[in-house]
Every structure is written in structure tokens, then in C-alpha cells.
Design a protein around this ligand. Structure first.
Ligand SMILES: *Cc1c(COP(=O)(O)O)cnc(C)c1O
Length: 399
């Protein structure tokens, strides 16, 4: 049987996968090669929002697989048109661009912002302001827009016109912005950077700053989008509307797809020939995404995400009283972070390993934050079972 050790033989060593090799999943459960069962609170990093092998998604992909997989953008196709229409109905957006990943959706957003500024205000207006600790993907452009210096070291000359200011600090942004700024990009909740939600006033302030300086406001909702925070997109919970929004991860329910959403006015700068993506909007991805979006945009589901998120945070706060592990428990909906303190500082990776020993899959966000992103349709019984495993994990860590 092929096993984990083969990874070191044939794979580029940029990942360090855990010991088990999953072979099957259903809902919140995953089984490894030995038939061992795990409970999944990671959703493949906030991707499988409806759990593994969801029958509605299996049905959508199976039906489409028998019809049409790919035609390229020389022609359009029905699933892409239906999905774009649905996303416009659900959001501020009037126009959609499809691609295959979060990085690609941000690449499109940043290029569009520069092109829009170029078309409307001239070639001097190209500066992008981002925030420290942010994450926007791993292409050369998006990784440099991201605010994690260790990710950009040793990759040659950096793209120009990108600066970073502290997150949730409106004054720092006010000092950095100028009429040369073409866009501000932020996550409404920094996911990879530590599960840090924006202050509502901060996002409102960014909107005003962008309006004042003719800059576009880009919300990277790759992680927060598609139901994760209890709103279809997190901006809807904050009541602050961006000019461009990027989406991926949960958008395909586990199948790769990305999207950039924007207004008709801004979209006009991507005229024929300015940007493209071979697989973008392929019928297979769009059919499964449409099924996921139809499920996740249901009001009952979104409300249940807020309810379950509250239960989850209450549990973590209760555990904190017992074990004294956390500096803070935070997050929105079912994207929850627990920042470690004291003796437990920077031991997130170790605790994730201990959870796996309890047959529980969790995530970290950096060295010091435990991150939880269960499937949005996790049942109350599964949540309870996860809490039992977590309590045993914390007991083991404190022993
Ligand atoms: C995961 C993530 C990305 C990158 O998505 P990929 O699909 O890995 O390219 C970008 N932005 C945010 C906020 C993310 O969480």
C-alpha cells in the first residue's frame, strides 16, 4: 500500500503533512488507510463547508461530469452563467470573473484595481495598501501584497507600489493613503494571520478613505466568504460594501474555483484581452459551486452558523476557566480562534498534534492561535463529540 513515507520520496518538500493518509470522508467524518475514524473541524482549511461527499454536491458534479467539463472562454456555458447570476443576486456585485483559486481571484482584483486607476486617473495611481499579518495567496504579486515578510524572502525583486500598515488601525491607513493609492485590500477577518476580526468602525473608515482618494476597497473574502461567518459574505454582517470582493475556498464546496466580484463601473476596465484564465468558469466547477451556493445561502443555514459559533465559543471559554490556556477566544460564526498564553504560548502546532491523537482534526493560524473551521452543517451531536475530544486534548496538553 502506498503510504505517507512516499511523500518524502516524490513530493516537493514545501509541506509537512501529518502521519495519517485520509482515504474517505462523509459529512464531518474522515477515515484513514487503516480505517481509523476522525472528526473534522478543519474542513480542509475552510473549504468543505458542507462536509465531505455531500450528496447534493456529489449529484451536481456527477450530472455535470456526464455532460460537459470544459469548453474554454472562447465560448460561455450554462453553469457559469447561472452561478454568476446567483452571486450577483446574493451580493452588491453586478459582474463576476471566474478563476480557480484564492490567489488567482486576488491577482485579478489587484490587476483590475490598477487598470481601473490607469484608465480613469492616469499612470501615477498604482499604489496598493495592505495590512501586516494579512494573507492573500502565494503568487509573486499576491504574496507580496500579503503582510508576512517570511513568505516573500528570497524570491527576487519584489513588485513595486505595495505598502503595509497595521490591521485595525485607521490612523495608520489615513497616514499612508494618498491620491496615488489605487486600492486598499483587507480581509474582514484575518484568517491565516490569527483569526482577527476587523472592528466595524475600521471597515467603515476604510470605505470613507477610499471614497475620498478615489481608491477601490477590496475585501479578500477567500476564507470568510460563503457562509463561514454566518453571512453569505462577511461584509454583509459589517454593512460596509467593497468595490471588489474575492472568493474561493468554500465557493466550490471542495472543488477548486475562485471568483472576483465587482460593479459594472469597475469591471469596465477589464476589456477584451486584458485578463484571462483558461479553466476559469469551467462548467464542472461552476455546476458544483452553484449547488454549494444554493445550499449555503439558505437563511436557516446561515442563522445556524451564528448559533453554533456561539456554542463553540462558550465551550472554549468554559475550557479556559478550567485549563487557563487562552489569552482570548475570538472569531465570527464558525471561524473561531483561540490565542494561547503563558506556558502554552506558541504551542499551537503541538496541540493540533495532540488533537489528532484524539482523532480530531483542527487547524492553527500561526504558532500561537488554534483555529476551528468545522463544516457549516455540523450537527449538534457532532459538535458535542468534538467538544469531548477537545477537552481530552486539553487535559493531555496540561498533564
Ligand atoms: C487561502 C487564502 C488565500 C489563497 O487561496 P488559494 O486558493 O490558496 O490561492 C487568499 N486569501 C485568503 C484570505 C485566504 O485565506
Amino acid at each position: 500500500m502506498i503510504s505517507r513515507s512516499q511523500f518524502d520520496q516524490v513530493m516537493v518538500p514545501n509541506y509537512a503533512p501529518g502521519k495519517i493518509v485520509p482515504v474517505k470522508g462523509l459529512g464531518c467524518k474522515v477515515w484513514d488507510q487503516q480505517g481509523e475514524e476522525y472528526l473534522d473541524l478543519s474542513s480542509g482549511i475552510a473549504v468543505n463547508a458542507l462536509g465531505h461527499a455531500n450528496p447534493i454536491l456529489v449529484d451536481a458534479i456527477t450530472q455535470q461530469a456526464q455532460k460537459l467539463w470544459h469548453v474554454s472562454n472562447i465560448l460561455t456555458n450554462e453553469p457559469a452563467l447561472e452561478l454568476a447570476t446567483k452571486l450577483c443576486d446574493l451580493t452588491f456585485a453586478e459582474k463576476v470573473f471566474f478563476c480557480n483559486s484564492g490567489a488567482e481571484s486576488n491577482e485579478a482584483a489587484l490587476k483590475l484595481a490598477r487598470r481601473y486607476a490607469f484608465d480613469n486617473f492616469g499612470e501615477e495611481k498604482y499604489e496598493i495598501i495592505s495590512t501586516t499579518n494579512s494573507f492573500h495567496g502565494r503568487t509573486l504579486f499576491t504574496v507580496n501584497v500579503g503582510g508576512q515578510p517570511s513568505y516573500t524572502e528570497g524570491f527576487g525583486p519584489k513588485p513595486e507600489g505595495i505598502s503595509h500598515v497595521p490591521y485595525n488601525n485607521l490612523q495608520a491607513m489615513e497616514e499612508a493613503i494618498s491620491d496615488k493609492t489605487c486600492a486598499i485590500i483587507v480581509e474582514p477577518l484575518q484568517g491565516e494571520g490569527g483569526v482577527t476580526p476587523a472592528d466595524s468602525d475600521y471597515l467603515t473608515g476604510l470605505r470613507h478613505l477610499c471614497d475620498k482618494h478615489n481608491a477601490l476597497l477590496i475585501f479578500d473574502e477567500v476564507q470568510t466568504g460563503v457562509g463561514r461567518t454566518g453571512y453569505f459574505y462577511a461584509y454583509q454582517g459589517f454593512g460596509v460594501v467593497p468595490d471588489i470582493l474575492t472568493s474561493a475556498k468554500a465557493l466550490g464546496g471542495g472543488f477548486p474555483i475562485g471568483a472576483m466580484l465587482t460593479t459594472t463601473k469597475v469591471a469596465q476596465s477589464f476589456v477584451v484581452g486584458t485578463h484571462g484564465c483558461t479553466y476559469g468558469g469551467n462548467p464542472l466547477a461552476c455546476a458544483v459551486s452553484l449547488a454549494a451556493v444554493n445550499e449555503i445561502s439558505k437563511q436557516e443555514l446561515l442563522e445556524s452558523v451564528i448559533e453554533k459559533g456561539r456554542t463553540f465559543k462558550d465551550f472554549l471559554n468554559k475550557m479556559n476557566k478550567k485549563f487557563g490556556l487562552f489569552e482570548e477566544v475570538r472569531g465570527l460564526g464558525l471561524l473561531i480562534g483561540a490565542q494561547l498564553k503563558g506556558d502554552f504560548t506558541n504551542r499551537a502546532g503541538e496541540i493540533m498534534g495532540k488533537a489528532l491523537e484524539q482523532n480530531l482534526m483542527i487547524l492553527v493560524a500561526g504558532k500561537n492561535v488554534l483555529r476551528f473551521a468545522p463544516p457549516l452543517n455540523i450537527t449538534d451531536e457532532e459538535l458535542q463529540s468534538a467538544f469531548d475530544k477537545l477537552e481530552k486534548t486539553f487535559e493531555a496538553v496540561c498533564a
